[in-house]
Design a protein around this ligand. Structure first.
Ligand SMILES: Nc1ncnc2c1ncn2[C@@H]1O[C@H](COP(=O)(O)OP(=O)(O)OP(=O)(O)O)[C@@H](O)[C@H]1O
Length: 624
């Protein structure tokens, strides 16, 4: 949406001014605008609308340190606009004093002055755009870091309960929307208003009666902007929705490709994509229809304005109240004024849309970390590894029924406590409490006799290694994934851990050895290989407490046996909580504890089914 390219008025404006239109109406802005429009339209139901003032209150402090850049952006853009005003004035002068009078001698001075002004406008326009972009990008960087850092403090369930794509949109598009509101948006608003005032004032100076007549036509632009804005918004919302649907079909289809092919579902998947693609096509065509109409509508109004200016101007020239140069420079001011006014109309629209986008970011920032460090929390240091659950009761937030009730359990260095029980009984929940993703509602969890609530989370987690059911790998190399256990570990240390975990032999055979990429989520490796890389990572981490959450899940007997060997090595000398529903994988000498579901009367019973070998302490049985 900008100055209509085909209109004579626009051509005149383009001819005389390349700088200001460029500053006020650059293409990335419009790209962002359409993304933002569509995003906020789809996200509206996810977060309540909040006021613009609240958005500024929340994010204005983030502009600290950048405000100078934004002020520079405004100052330079205003200078560029003033240069344009002066250049147009020179154009009028040349028309009257050189072209009309055919006096070539009077040409050179204004011509060089015009050139100088054009150069100055170019430099100031560049400086303004650069300073604003630098401020905007730094703002984005800092805000994205802030939101991401906050997300990292939330329990993993926060992300798990939400669509990943939606959270990513908050960190990218929504963060951009906020920047456009409190950073470059503000710069744009100030410079657009200032430029509109300059061009209007200059037009008044040329001939105020003519200016009054043409300014009276300005509301026509605003009405057209308003009418089209509603249509654009609906079309953008539809486009966003079908884009989301198309992405989910693609994501699901590609992620589950083995399943799709094994079940001969390729045709059905392609048809699904085609169906969603057709919806997307329709939505885009609605947008194209509106954009196609918008241009001619604006052009028509501009032509009306031009005819009015020419007609009125001819009358004024005939009456000797206006020169030809005056009329042309008047038209040129108009050619810059109208897009500025249009820009203001669009700005009002985008500001409210951007505020809606910022709701979604504020919603993330308002989410409280489930377990935060207490004011007096102390660092745990290297723990001996004595873990105790003391009469622990816990229900997930928002869930009435407790998962655990009155549970007591102890485990010491060198001990393996196998926790078994039916699916959903709360075995993994124990691990989450130990890592302080959550705090218990009743009772305490202790490490070396100290309540976890009195320890900093970071120092607590340094003492615990967890191996999940499915080893989580990043898409880096084998080496990166093992070294994740101890950032900065040397290749020798990585290899030693790999040898202990029984991965060295197969890594040696990989095409690039330890530098071989493991693929997305380690998909290029087998389940057993992934699990052993996880063990190598745990060995390198060398924490005194080990939580193994179904480490053999999904592995066949032979592979499980291969994994068990390094696992025993890993468990030696540490405190191990082995969560498993399969007693075949419980090593000899382990203490076995079976969790029973919290019955209707909300109690959980711990039943001891195995006795500790080597005289380890028995499980506390809390169920009185
Ligand atoms: N983030 C959560 N929010 C609400 N409820 C949850 C959450 N995580 C788990 N639950 C519920 O808590 C109960 C215990 O879950 P948990 O994962 O601890 O079971 P589990 O014994 O490890 O099961 P499995 O052997 O199937 O892995 C289940 O009923 C589960 O639905």
């Amino acid at each position: 949406m900008g100055l209509s390219q085909a209109s004579p008025l626009a051509s005149l404006g383009r001819l005389l001014s390349s700088q200001v239109v460029g500053v006020l109406d650059n293409p990335p802005e419009s790209r962002r605008l359409s993304r933002r429009l569509s995003l906020s339209a789809s996200g509206r139901e996810l977060a309540p609308a909040i006021s613009l003032r609240r958005t500024f209150r929340e994010f204005w402090p983030d502009t600290r340190g950048l405000r100078r850049l934004f002020v520079a952006g405004v100052v330079f853009a205003i200078l560029a606009a003033l240069c344009e005003v002066a250049a147009i004035r020179l154009f009028g002068h040349i028309t009257d004093e050189v072209l009309t009078t055919k006096n070539l001698g009077a040409f050179w001075t204004p011509a060089f002055a015009w050139l100088g002004l054009a150069a100055l406008a170019g430099v100031t326009s560049f400086a303004g755009a650069y300073a604003t972009a630098l401020g905007a990008e730094r703002f984005l960087l800092a805000l994205r870091d802030r939101v991401y850092a906050h997300l990292q403090t939330l329990a993993p369930d926060y992300s798990e309960k939400r669509r990943l794509g939606d959270l990513m949109a908050r960190l990218t598009d929504d963060v951009e929307a906020i920047e456009e509101l409190v950073g470059s948006g503000l710069v744009k608003a100030v410079t657009t208003v200032a430029s509109a005032v300059f061009f209007a004032t200059a037009a008044f100076f040329v001939r105020w009666e003519l200016a009054l007549v043409t300014l009276a036509l300005i509301p026509l632009f605003l009405v057209v902007s308003k009418v089209f804005a509603a249509g654009f918004r609906t079309a953008a919302a539809r486009e966003r929705a079908s884009n989301g649907a198309m992405n989910s079909v693609l994501e699901e289809g590609l992620a589950n490709q083995p399943l799709v092919q094994a079940y001969n579902g390729q045709g059905a998947e392609s048809r699904r994509l085609h169906r969603e693609g057709r919806g997307w096509l329709r939505a885009n065509m609605a947008q194209a229809w509106l954009s196609g109409l918008y241009g001619p509508a604006v052009q028509l109004i501009e032509t009306v304005c031009l005819i009015v200016v020419l007609g009125f101007g001819a009358w004024e020239i005939a009456a000797g109240r206006l020169t030809l140069g005056g009329l042309l420079s008047f038209a040129a001011y108009l050619a810059l004024l109208y897009p500025a006014v249009q820009g203001l109309g669009e700005l009002a629209m985008t500001v409210s849309e951007a505020a809606a986008g910022s709701d979604r970011v504020i919603e993330v920032l308002r989410a409280n970390p489930v377990a935060t460090d207490d004011a007096g929390a102390v660092a745990a240091g290297r723990s001996a590894g004595r873990v105790a659950f003391e009469r622990v009761g816990f229900a997930y937030p928002g869930r009435g029924r407790p998962v655990l009730r009155d549970l007591s359990l102890t485990a010491g260095p060198g001990e393996v406590v196998a926790i078994t029980g039916a699916s959903g009984v709360g075995k993994s929940t124990l691990a989450k409490l130990l890592l302080r993703f959550y705090d218990p509602d009743e009772g305490r969890v202790l490490l070396d006799g100290a309540d976890l609530r009195g320890l900093t989370r970071e120092s607590l987690r340094d003492n615990i290694t967890i191996l999940h059911q499915e080893t989580l790998l990043f898409s880096g190399s084998v080496r990166d994934n093992i070294a994740y256990g101890r950032p900065g570990a040397s290749l020798d240390e990585v290899i030693r851990a790999a040898e202990a975990a029984g991965v060295h032999d197969f890594v040696k055979l990989l095409p690039q050895g330890y530098d071989t990429p493991v693929g997305q989520r380690g998909r290029l490796l087998s389940g057993g290989q992934r699990q052993r890389i996880g063990i190598a990572r745990a060995i390198l981490r060398d924490a005194p407490v080990l939580v193994l959450d179904e480490p053999m899940n999904g592995l066949d007997e032979a592979t499980a046996a291969q994994v068990m060997k390094p696992l025993r090595r890993l468990m030696a000398g540490r405190t191990t909580l082995l969560i498993t529903h399969d007693l075949r994988h419980v090593p000899e000498g382990a203490r076995v504890v079976e969790l029973e579901p919290v019955p209707r009367e909300e109690r959980i019973r711990l039943k001891r089914v195995g006795l500790p070998a080597r005289g380890t302490r028995s499980t506390t049985s809390p169920n009185g």
